[in-house]
Design a protein around this ligand. Structure first.
Ligand code: PLP
Length: 395
């Protein structure tokens, strides 16, 4: 385990949830039902494992840690497989329905009735890796074209993984937020369809579908657990993952839903900054986090609407805890099974470790020996080169 106090400095900001109608207004249960009914029929769908880490829990003085391992999701390596690919299907369904003047069924799309039209459509999105993979896969499944924008910090392995799924990959100078801006300009000019995991004023439906897709993962968890966890530590990029999980848990468990804590890299703390300012607040990324999926400077507007009213605390974590945590998880802590996880996957676990081992934070987070904590291992080895550099100690 880590040594205190030098290595475990985390930022923390407590928040007072209000739980108004925001969840039902933004991510209604019917949307999660529809996404689940669709995605669970796809070839290759399997429930991902929820693994107990009793050794890790013991070393943090907690009752239990449940780790949801998304490494094998549809062979794409992360929970993002659930969102982008589903949103692609919905964008195509809405477009063809609009042209036909009636609601076209998903089955009509899947059985090829509109293959010619779909082959002329182009799906586009910005990504730091995982969301783009999902969009590219979704476009490929249905026969649409795909253009994915990446920033200068996205690794060559991740760019090639996008190309392998048939996407044209456009690398631009700048950070993730700059790629989002460029995607919008180019899509507008060429009539391409944006399938983004982040939302902005006037652009909401695909991100709602993306988050509805993530609900499949949250529902798997709640069906597997005999009782609600006391806490959930959720890593934040633009906030879509966290908003979807919190929404599903509240729809199912109401007042018994776990206390939720958002964890971000201290290099990309846009949700933390928004919480402190009590208003959506972008931050400028000065340096890319090793946690590539979390290196986002602007919250998703819809996700923020939910998180601002439902979260109990926001944390930031330092970079130097990422590689040791990936190694610890892979070796197995105190006799736990080893789990291979990517850099963004361990953020929740790092936030939890910082919270549990610091006396002040432990009190603020209400963590104790009875706590049963859920963390989401949101990706497996999505970049083998980075993973082996971490394992060899090079990173
Ligand atoms: C592996 C992984 N975990 C977590 C996240 C964060 O998700 P969100 O941007 O919806 O907050 C991402 C985003 O790309 C990711 O790739």
């Amino acid at each position: 385990m880590f040594a205190l106090p030098e290595t475990l400095t985390a930022g923390f900001h407590a928040s007072e949830p209000r739980f108004g109608p925001v969840i039902q207004d933004t991510l209604p249960r019917a949307g999660f039902d529809r996404a689940e009914a669709e995605i669970t029929t796809w070839s290759g769908y399997h429930q991902t494992p929820l693994t107990d880490l009793p050794g890790y829990a013991r070393s943090l003085g907690l009752g239990a840690i449940h780790y949801k391992d998304e490494g094998q999701r549809f062979g794409l390596g992360s929970f993002k497989a659930l969102g982008g690919a589903y949103a692609v299907l919905r964008v195509i369904q809405r477009t063809i329905s609009g042209r036909e003047g009636r609601t076209v069924g998903v089955n009509e799309i899947l059985n090829g009735d509109y293959a010619q039209q779909i082959s002329n459509m182009t799906m586009t999105s910005a990504t730091d890796g995982n969301h783009g993979r999902s969009v590219a896969w979704g476009a490929q499944r249905l026969g649409a074209k795909c253009r994915i924008y990446i920033h200068s910090g996205v690794s060559p392995f991740r760019a090639n993984a996008l190309r392998a799924l048939g996407a044209d990959v456009i690398r631009i100078d700048g950070d993730y937020d700059a790629t989002v801006a460029q995607t919008r300009v180019d899509a507008e000019e060429h009539g391409w369809m944006i399938v983004s995991d982040t939302s902005w004023p006037g652009y909401t439906q695909p991100p709602v579908d993306v988050m509805a897709g993530y609900g499949v993962m949250a529902r798997e968890i709640l069906r597997e657990l005999a009782e609600p966890p006391t806490h959930v530590f959720l890593q934040g990029g633009v906030g879509g993952l966290a908003a979807a999980v919190i929404a599903v848990f509240h729809q199912e468990w109401g007042a018994n839903a776990p206390r939720s804590i958002i964890v971000e890299p201290d290099l990309a703390p846009c949700l933390f900054a928004s919480s402190k300012a009590n208003a959506m607040t972008p931050v400028k990324i000065q340096e890319e986090s090793l946690m590539a999926g979390l290196s986002c400077g602007e919250p998703s507007q819809l996700a923020w609407a939910i998180l601002s009213q439902t979260v109990h605390g926001f944390m930031t974590i330092p970079e130097h805890l990422v590689a040791p945590t990936v190694r610890l998880l892979s070796q197995g802590c105190n006799g736990d099974p080893g789990i291979e996880a990517g850099e963004s996957a361990v953020a929740g676990l790092i936030g939890l470790s910082c919270g549990a081992l610091d006396r002040h934070l432990r009190n603020a987070l209400r963590l104790d020996t009875q706590s049963r904590v859920l963390v989401i291992g949101s990706e497996g080895i999505t970049d083998p080169e980075v993973f082996s550099a971490i394992m060899s100690g090079e990173i």
